[in-house]
Design a protein around this ligand. Structure first.
Ligand code: UD1
Ligand code: CA
Length: 457
């Protein structure tokens, strides 16, 4: 038997003041709804239904890679009405879990414990104690402490408003009960909406068990309505991710100045300086040092950095495989398709793209290396450029082991330079160079004697 997970995401999100649907706003680089979907996928054996309304097409288009039963709610008549739209798709037995597209950080463990409280005759509400409960539905208990109802803020009297135990909105309920009681919900309330929360009162009045289970933190049930809340949640989530790295033994010079938009895996004795941003999948080996202001990785891509390598300040690594004891930067830009072998050095203002830089080779200053294969122990002089593009097509440059390229050289691809060849500084190299040759491709120097400088008239 499977469980059903229903994610409500039909709301408009006016307060975001954005052309983008609310649930597509990003937290740590991922849409809010993606966070919820990823959490739902961690609950085994469940079917995922998502109720959409505003910006439905935009939302669906973003998740074509997921297995989702999309349900359209034409008019947003309340959370109870939204869940009702999903009923035909829900199994007769089992449990339904109701989540929200704009409550991104609820944990898998919390949801598992919520579900564990529910049997065929009960439901459970995820609650949170708030010092400032404004806007939340309040959980009402009787003299014995049993949950008897949830009252929305707008329908609550003064005494009820003083209650600090709040409804997160997330509930788990036996499908049999959901199917029976949802039809009894009316819109006879302050907002003229069908409140899902009315289920609590209906079940309790019929002698069913209703449990309120406390969330493990406030951030876990925090919803996002505007950019200010989004920014606050981003900070608390980032802090959580930073703390996780600290627990794993990573040195963070300032855990408040680190951003992770993806997944960072670190070995032992990794040190990360301030203002680094990590994107996509980043795998960092033992004893790697990352200087300040580095951007490492890109969404959906992978970067790996080997043992003992050092990334100096202000470097950008988009997608690359970097071996052990490599030094990169400061101010380097490593673009997709770069592979750097051990002990190689990429210095300041060097850009690489789709290139393989062999073991021990150096590209120390001001170079562009694109579509190139560079062998071992090659020295690329300052200002060397691979001219890989003729305006239409891209061409490869192959440089064999031990080659020395003088400064300010243009290597016009397609081009092959043989082993231990030498290129004179300032050359424009347009044809292949054989092993051990010296190639010089520049105008001969002329010295003009008795030259008189122009005089001012
Ligand atoms: C709801 C709860 C309240 C709880 C609070 C927590 C109800 C009646 N109240 O109030 O007890 O404390 O959440 O944040 O459930 N939605 C739809 N279709 C609709 C209406 C809403 O999909 O017709 C979605 C919205 O997109 C939103 C979510 O459901 O993501 C919550 O709806 P909202 O109207 O914001 O409920 P609250 O008033 O916040
Ligand atoms: Ca809300």
């Amino acid at each position: 038997m499977h469980n059903d997970i229903i994610i409500l995401a039909a709301g408009k999100g006016t307060r975001m003041r954005s052309l983008r649907a609310k649930v597509l706003q990003t937290l740590a680089g991922r849409p809010l709804l993606q966070h919820v979907i990823d959490t739902a996928k961690n609950l085994e054996n469940s079917h995922l239904h998502i109720v959409i309304g505003h910006d439905a097409e935009q939302v669906k288009a973003r998740f074509t890679h997921e297995k989702i039963n999309w349900i359209e709610q034409q008019q947003q008549l309340g959370t109870g009405h939204a869940v009702k739209q999903a009923l035909p798709a829900i199994s007769k037995e089992g449990i339904s879990l109701i989540l929200y597209g704009d409550v991104p950080l609820v944990s898998v463990d919390t949801l598992k414990s919520l579900i564990a409280h529910v049997d065929a005759n009960s439901m459970a509400v995820l609650s949170v104690d708030l010092d400032n409960p404004k806007g939340y539905g309040r959980i009402l208990r009787n003299a014995e402490g049993k949950v008897v109802a949830i009252v929305e803020e707008k329908d609550a009297n003064e005494q009820q408003r003083a209650v600090k135990e709040c409804n997160s909105g997330i509930i788990a309920i036996a499908n049999g009960l959901l199917q029976h009681y949802i039809h009894q919900i009316s819109n006879n309330n302050a907002q003229k909406e069908y409140y899902l929360t009315d289920l609590i009162g209906l079940l309790a009045a019929d002698g069913k068990n209703v449990y309120a289970i406390k969330a493990s933190s406030e951030a876990e049930v925090q919803g996002v309505n505007d950019k200010k809340q989004l920014a606050q949640l981003e900070r608390s989530y980032q802090r959580l991710l930073a703390d996780k790295l600290l627990v794993e033994g990573v040195t963070l010079i300032d855990p408040a100045r680190l951003d992770i938009r993806g997944n960072v895996q670190c070995g032992m004795d990794v040190s990360i300086d301030v203002n680094c941003v990590f994107l996509g999948q980043v795998i960092i080996g033992d004893e790697v040092t990352i200087g300040p202001n580095c951007v490492i990785g890109s969404l959906g891509k992978k970067v790996s950095i080997g043992h003992g390598s050092e990334i100096k300040a202000n470097s950008i690594i988009e997608e690359a495989t970097i071996a052990e004891h490599v030094v990169i930067g400061p101010y380097a830009r490593i673009r997709p398709g770069t592979q750097i072998d051990k002990n190689a050095k990429i210095g300041n203002f060097v850009e690489t793209k789709k290139s393989h830089i062999g073991e021990g080779s150096k590209v120390n200053h001001l170079s562009y290396i694109g579509d190139a294969k560079i062998g071992k122990n090659v020295n690329i002089g300052a200002g060397t450029i691979t001219c890989n593009y003729d305006g239409v097509n891209k061409f490869n440059t192959i440089i064999d082991d031990e080659v020395f390229i003088g400064s300010n050289t243009s290597l016009v691809a397609p081009l092959t330079i043989g082993k231990t060849a030498t290129i004179g500084a300032g050359s424009t190299i347009t044809s292949n160079v054989n092993d051990n040759e010296l190639a010089v491709g520049r105008g001969k120097q002329r010295n003009i004697q008795h030259w008189t400088r122009p005089q001012k008239k």
